[in-house]
Design a protein around this ligand. Structure first.
Ligand code: APR
Length: 320
């Protein structure tokens, strides 16, 4: 069996980090694609020269031609414009919708059997548009949001309780944006729900509320600190975890922006829900029991996604 092929559409900050992680983990050969000439080729050459030092076997190439993504097993899409300070994810809509159209068509023609992970923001709308433009089955197109959002949540929880991140498991539902729903009841430290730890006096409700708020604004906090560009290390690591779940048929349950067709009372759009990822892509949407507050939070999130989809349809008649 030959090596797997990972195509990365967008060779910017996240794309470059994805390439490094994919190569270091020897997930397969890597093709970095970008519209800017020289950048994917230059990054590919630089990254290839990590190989002798790190000792990985992965062929890394750069390209400006969609033909080079042919036969890709996994495609991770970060093409587009990143958020600048003061810019919301939704401001990116118009620019990145056009990018999704070009990328979707490139995938449709050259790699229709791939498992496609979208990272470009505003995520819940872009992954939907990418699926529409590419025509791939819904289970083969998924958005990366929840893995990153819950990693942020987990990091803050581990810090608060001063425990290993390995023992922390947190849960985030809803859209990738200010409307995301961190579900505290399903968040645990080695199986102990966070509300129980609060009852035990190990933290306070105020502190957990502040962590929830900080998680919701997790991307914006980094954008403001960087001054230019947005987070890229953790987004790339999140995309790689999803790619590994597919390539290794791991049957992992991960929070992702997935297509829902009636689950959670929502139909026909992408929203952050727990899904099972294995060799068939998104194999199942996991429906957990929500309390009234979480249900209301999810509804706000879904309504925000719906609004974005209407805006996409107004911008591009082929989506209507
Ligand atoms: N096709 C391919 N690549 C494109 C296209 C296109 N039509 N348009 C832009 N690009 C490339 C840019 O040339 C750039 O190299 O996409 C890359 C984006 O890289 P960065 O600007 O460094 O952005 P990054 O931090 O990687 O984030 C990418 O992910 O999290 C989201 O909000 C973020 O939407 C943004 C995306």
């Amino acid at each position: 069996m030959g090596r797997k092929k990972i195509a990365l559409i967008g060779a910017g900050n996240i794309g470059g980090t994805l390439a490094l992680l994919a190569a270091q983990k020897e997930l397969g050969d890597v093709v970095l694609f970008d519209v800017v000439e020289g950048v994917p080729q230059g990054k590919a050459l630089d990254l290839s020269q990590v190989g002798p030092i790190a000792g990985f076997d992965a062929k890394i190439t750069g390209s400006n031609d969609y033909k080079d993504i042919a036969g890709a097993d996994v495609i991770i899409v970060t093409a587009g414009v990143a958020r600048k300070p003061g810019m919301s994810r939704d401001d990116l809509l118009g620019i990145n919708l056009k990018v999704m159209k070009a990328v979707g068509e490139g995938i449709k023609v050259n790699a229709p059997d791939a498992f496609v992970i979208c990272i470009t923001n505003p995520l819940d709308a872009m992954v939907w548009a990418l699926r529409e433009f590419s025509g791939l089955p819904h289970n083969k197109v998924v958005g990366m949001a929840g893995v990153l959002d819950s990693a942020r949540f987990s990091h803050f929880i581990a810090d608060e309780f001063n425990v290993s991140v390995k023992d922390v498991n947190t849960f985030v539902l809803g859209g990738h944006g200010d409307t995301m729903v961190p579900v505290v009841r399903y968040s645990t430290v080695n199986g102990i729900p966070v509300p129980d730890l609060v009852k035990m006096g190990l933290s306070s409700q105020e502190k957990i509320d502040a962590i929830v708020k900080r998680t919701r604004g997790g991307g914006g906090e980094i954008v403001a600190l960087l001054g230019t560009g947005s987070a890229f290390y953790a987004p790339a690591a999140s995309g790689i975890a999803m790619a590994e779940a597919y390539l290794g048929d791991q049957k992992r349950i991960l929070p992702c922006a997935a297509y829902v067709d009636g689950e959670y009372g929502v139909e026909g759009l992408y929203v952050g829900v727990p899904v099972l990822i294995g060799a068939n892509g998104v194999e199942k949407v996991i429906e957990i029991e929500l309390d009234e507050a979480d249900k209301a939070g999810l509804k706000v999130s879904v309504d925000a996604v719906k609004e974005l989809l209407e805006a996409c349809k107004a911008l591009d008649a082929s989506l209507a």
